[in-house]
Ligand binder design. Structure first.
Ligand SMILES: [Zn+2]
Length: 411
C-alpha cells in the first residue's frame, strides 16, 4: 500500500486528451455545461471508465457516477470527483483534474489488483461553473438538498434553453434519483486557484474548509448641488460618506488577517458629473472569512460604522445584506486522511482554506468531506493560461489515492 503509486504520465495524457475537446487558441478550454462539447467530454470520460471495468449511472441532474465495486457492495461508496465543464475562457485543469485524478485512482487500484470493502465512485457534477446556467454548483446542490430538482432542471441560459431540455438533447437526462443515498466519504482534488501553495513552496494543500461570505448593497443619499457656489460646510456629499465606509471596509479586512477578505468592487456615483456634488452613491461590499464568529463581528462593525457615518452627516442610507453563505468546515477524519496521505507519500503540505466555492462545499452537507489542493502557476485560474505541473498533479492524485484507500478499507 505504501508503495502503491498512480501513473503520473497516464494522468497527464488523459488531461491533455480531454483538453482537446473545446481547445482554445491560447491553450485553454471552452467546454460550457451541456453543450455538444460537454457531451463529447462526458462520452470520453464514460468510455475510459467502461474500459476500467466500472458501471456507470447518470442521475436526473446529469451527474455521472462511475463505480468500481467493493467486496461488500451494499456498503456506502467512498466518492471522489469534480466537474468537466469550464468557463468560456477556462483552463485545462479546473475541475477536470479532480475528475481524471479519480479515474487515475480507479486505474491504479486495477493495476495493483486492490480490492476495497467499500465501492469507490468517481462523480462528474453537472454545471459547476454556473457560466452558462446560473447559479454555480447547481447539480451538486440538488444532490445535497440545497436546491430541489425542479429548480435545477428549470435553470435557463441566455437563449432560454433549460438544463432539463439540454440534458435530454445531449442524452444525459439520467433516471437515477438525485442524492438521498449514503456516502461514506467524499474527496475532491482541485488546483488551488490561488497563489499560496506556490508562494509557500508546498506541494499539497490540506483543505480545512471554505470561507463564509456576506454580500451587501449600500445606497447613500445626500444632496446634489453645484460644485462652485456650495460651501464645504453645507454639503451632503454622498461620495464622501461612501468613501469613509469603503475605507472602513478595508480596515475591517486588514484587522482580521490572515483570513479575512473585504472588497468593494462596484460603485455607482450619481449624477457622476465633475461639477456636481454627488447626491447618491450605490456600492457593494463582499466580506469573506472561514470562521462564522469573525464574519459576524465584521458584519457588526460595518453596520455600526455605516449607521454612524449616515447619522453624523445627515445622510439617508439603504443598507441591505443580499447574500449570506456560511463557512464550510470539512470533516476531521477526511481532513486527517488527506494530511496522512501527504505524509505517507512524502509530500510537503500545509493547511489551507478554500477561497472559491466547490462542489465539495455542498456535498459536505450530506457526507463527510475533504479536499486536496495542488499549486497552479502564479495562482491563475478561470483563464486560458491556467497551468499546473505534471509532478504536482501526480502528487495530488497520489494523496487522493491514499485518502480513498484509507476510507474504503483494503481487503
Ligand atoms: Zn472547479
Amino acid at each position: 500500500m505504501q508503495n502503491m503509486n498512480v501513473k503520473g504520465d497516464r494522468l497527464w495524457e488523459s488531461l491533455m486528451e480531454m483538453a482537446k475537446i473545446g481547445a482554445t487558441k491560447k491553450g485553454g478550454c471552452c467546454r460550457l455545461a451541456l453543450t455538444d462539447l460537454d457531451k463529447e467530454g462526458r462520452d470520453l470520460f464514460s468510455s475510459w471508465c467502461n474500459d476500467a471495468g466500472c458501471t456507470i449511472k447518470v442521475d436526473k441532474m446529469g451527474n455521472i457516477f462511475a463505480r468500481r465495486a467493493g467486496t461488500r457492495d451494499d456498503l456506502p461508496p467512498v466518492m471522489t470527483g469534480s466537474h468537466l465543464d469550464t468557463q468560456p475562457t477556462g483552463g485545462k485543469y479546473d475541475g477536470v483534474f479532480g475528475v481524471l485524478a479519480g479515474l487515475e485512482v480507479l486505474r491504479t487500484l486495477n493495476d495493483f489488483d486492490v480490492k476495497t470493502e467499500h465501492p469507490v465512485e468517481v462523480a462528474v457534477w453537472t454545471n459547476e461553473e454556473g457560466s452558462r446556467f446560473a447559479p454555480a454548483m447547481v447539480a451538486s446542490g440538488v444532490f445535497a438538498g440545497v436546491f430541489d430538482l425542479e429548480y435545477g432542471l428549470s435553470r435557463a441560459d441566455l437563449d432560454g434553453k433549460t438544463m432539463g431540455e439540454e440534458l435530454k438533447r445531449i442524452g444525459y437526462a439520467g433516471t437515477e434519483e438525485v442524492g438521498g443515498r449514503e456516502i461514506k466519504a467524499f474527496f475532491e482534488a482541485h488546483i488551488e486557484q490561488g497563489p499560496i501553495l506556490e508562494h509557500e513552496e508546498k506541494t499539497i494543500g490540506v483543505v480545512m474548509g471554505a470561507q463564509g461570505q456576506r454580500w451587501y448593497e449600500i445606497t447613500i443619499t445626500g444632496q446634489e448641488a453645484h460644485a462652485g457656489p456650495t460651501p464645504m460646510a453645507r454639503r451632503k456629499d454622498a461620495l464622501v460618506a461612501a468613501s469613509k465606509i469603503i475605507t472602513e471596509v478595508n480596515r475591517i479586512g486588514m484587522d482580521n488577517q490572515p483570513f479575512a477578505c473585504a472588497t468593494v468592487g462596484l460603485i455607482q456615483s450619481s449624477p457622476n458629473s465633475r461639477n456636481t456634488i454627488p447626491g447618491e452613491v450605490f456600492f457593494t461590499v463582499d466580506f469573506r472569512h472561514p470562521k462564522d464568529e469573525i464574519l459576524s463581528k465584521m458584519d457588526a462593525e460595518l453596520r455600526a460604522f455605516a449607521e454612524k457615518t449616515a447619522k453624523d452627516g445627515g445622510y439617508e442610507m439603504k443598507f441591505e445584506e443580499i447574500w449570506y453563505s456560511p463557512p464550510v468546515e470539512f470533516d476531521t477524519d477526511c481532513v486527517n486522511a488527506v494530511r496522512k496521505g501527504s505524509e505517507i507519500a512524502g509530500y510537503s503540505h500545509m493547511d489551507i482554506i478554500s477561497g472559491a466555492g466547490h462542489d465539495a462545499c455542498y456535498i459536505s452537507r450530506v457526507a463527510p468531506t475533504g479536499m486536496i489542493f495542488v499549486p497552479c502557476e502564479n495562482g491563475i485560474s478561470h483563464n486560458e493560461e491556467e497551468e499546473a505541473t505534471p509532478e504536482d498533479l501526480a502528487a495530488g492524485c497520489n494523496v487522493l489515492l491514499h485518502a480513498i484507500v484509507e476510507r474504503a478499507n483494503i481487503v
